[in-house]
Design a protein around this ligand. Structure first.
Ligand code: AMP
Ligand code: ZN
Length: 114
């Protein structure tokens, strides 16, 4: 449920401050400390899992809430278009091993991503 050594578990618990923009039954959303777009918000489950697939496997409703919260955050910030990214594994840039979706919006974005 919670990992005492996990940064995002500490944010969920209120032990480390964050700019929270949305709170749901199963998730919270807060601004990334190093924003890569005008809107860059992280949507994280309250329960600790190491990555998106693990959350989806353990609790599909939580995974669905992450996707719906991402849309709600983008809408609240005035964007119809947004990118939702789940880095999965250190080899593609995952640095915090608590599931999180990056909601990115507000600037043009290339494809494929770098
Ligand atoms: P990832 O590299 O996909 O694991 O994403 C981790 C994200 O967490 C990065 O974009 C970091 O900028 C962000 N981050 C790290 N520490 C904090 C923090 N204390 N508050 C908010 N975002 C953070
Ligand atoms: Zn955690």
């Amino acid at each position: 449920m919670s990992d005492p050594d996990c940064l995002f578990c500490k944010i969920v618990a209120g032990e480390i401050p964050a700019e929270i923009v949305h709170e749901g039954e199963r998730t919270i959303a807060f601004r990334d400390i190093s924003p890569q777009a005008p809107t860059h918000v992280l949507v994280v489950p309250r329960d600790h899992e190491p990555n998106a697939a693990a959350t989806a496997h353990t609790d599909a409703a939580t995974f669905a809430e992450i996707a719906l919260t991402a849309r709600a955050v983008a809408t609240a910030e005035g964007y119809d278009d947004y990118r939702l990214v789940f880095n999965t594994g250190a080899g593609v840039g995952q640095t915090v091993f608590h599931t999180h979706g990056h909601v990115l919006a507000g600037r043009p974005m290339g494809w494929p991503p770098g």
